[in-house]
Every structure is written in C-alpha cells, then in structure tokens.
Design a protein around this ligand. Sequence first.
Ligand SMILES: O=C(O)C(=O)C[C@]1(C(=O)O)C=C[C@@H](O)C=C1
Length: 252
Amino acid sequence: MAGPDGLSLESVRNSLIRQEDTIIFSLIERSRYPICPLLYDDKSSLIADASGSLLESIVKGTEATQAKFGRYQSPEEHPFFPENLPESLVPPRSSPNVLHPAAASININKMIWDMYTNQLLQLFASEGDAEDYACIGVCDLQCLQALSRRIHYGKFVAEVKFRDAPEDYTQAIRAQDRDALMKLLTFENVEEMVKKRVAKKAKTFGQEVTLSEDEYNGKYKVDPAIVSRLYEEWVMPLTKHVQVEYLLRRLD
Ligand SMILES: O=C(O)C(=O)C[C@]1(C(=O)O)C=C[C@@H](O)C=C1
C-alpha cells in the first residue's frame, strides 16, 4: 500500500522498469564506438597536467557543473567524485525526503565505476581506438549515471519494504544480520521477469527499423543476452547490496 508520500512497491518497481529504457538506450549509444583504452588510462597524456584518466576529467567537470544546478540535491542522484563539489546555486528542494537520513552516507559509485570500466565495457564495445574522446566519454558518463541511479534506487525499494513489514525487518536490523535481510528482500520470480524483460527491450530498441513487414532477423545494436547478464550479475546484486546497506542503518 502507498504511504502518504505516494511511495509503494508498485511505484518504485515502475520507476525501475522505466529506468531500464534509459540504461539500454545509453548502452546502445556507447556500443557505436570501440573501447578506446586511452580514455581510461590514468597515465595517458591526452590532457596536460590532469591527474587521472580523461574519463575522470570529463566526469568531474560535468558533475561540478551539474552540482551547481542542484543535481545532487536529489536523493536519487549520487556523484562519482563527491570531493570538492561546488555548492548548489538553486534553492533547496521543497519536496520532503522520504528516506531515512542515513541514506545520505551510502554511495557505491566506486564499485560501479570499477565494474563498468573493467568488466562491462569489454562485453559490449568492440576492441579498438577512436579519436572521438569527448563523444565517447559523454556516452560513458550517461551509462554510469543511469546505472548509478538505478542501483542506488535500492534505497527507495528498501524503504518501502521496511514500511510494509516493519516487524520482520526490525528483528534482522537489530541483529545486524545481512543474510537475513538479503533473504527478506529477495524475490527470485521478480528477478527472472526483470532479466527476460530487459532482453526483450534490448531486442525491441536495438533493431534496425525498416518499413518492411518481414520479421526482423538482423543484428541487434547490443546483444540482448549481454543486457540480461548485466542485470543478473551486476545491476540486481548491487541494487540488493544498496538495500542491505540502507536497511542496516534504517533504525539509527
Ligand atoms: O523489485 C524488488 O523487490 C527489488 O528489490 C528490485 C530487484 C531488482 O534489482 O530488480 C532486487 C531484488 C529482488 O529480488 C527483485 C528485484
């Protein structure tokens, strides 16, 4: 049932479903380019005097601009480089925060960055180099932000689950029992549906649209099996990790 703030299991699941579209489209965009290893190389000399990789510079610069315009005032958004971000120039949000204040201390973007740059990219981008560094870096930024938003949305999912069954969760939280929390919040049937749905969306969004009536039998822009695997091995486990971290602090 929805609380007075409109939060319900149905509403948070609908948001996760909508976010699948953003993730899949951003993967499709990134898959147009080769991996381009120089972008991720900490020691590349692509920009003089910069510390870290070119992607790091692109993300830091973009986050600084977005922070000024209030992006990180939203509890759904998490910066990859929270250190030294400028203050927001826009007034604070008036909407009440539905999450427990401890939510603000949870940011697993380092894990997401490592997973994306060291494992995911290699699965859906081809080997090779290109000089469109800015375009490719912006595609990476979009993938990273979409994945981060989805994974950290676990905080909202966990809040709803806690409100729906406070006694069950309170016991496990008081015992700080991660395994019990993981068991309580896991729905294997939902996970199966998610995997099937994202593969179907990758097929639908990733085909070449023509005016022919024939059934599509060409290549998809990103492999649907890889999108499904991305969800099974990384997106859902990390969303559950965020849920556990949030619940462990829910009674602080
Ligand atoms: O839908 C839920 O109940 C969630 O917690 C989200 C989610 C997911 O990441 O998609 C994670 C854990 C559940 O086992 C099922 C799905």
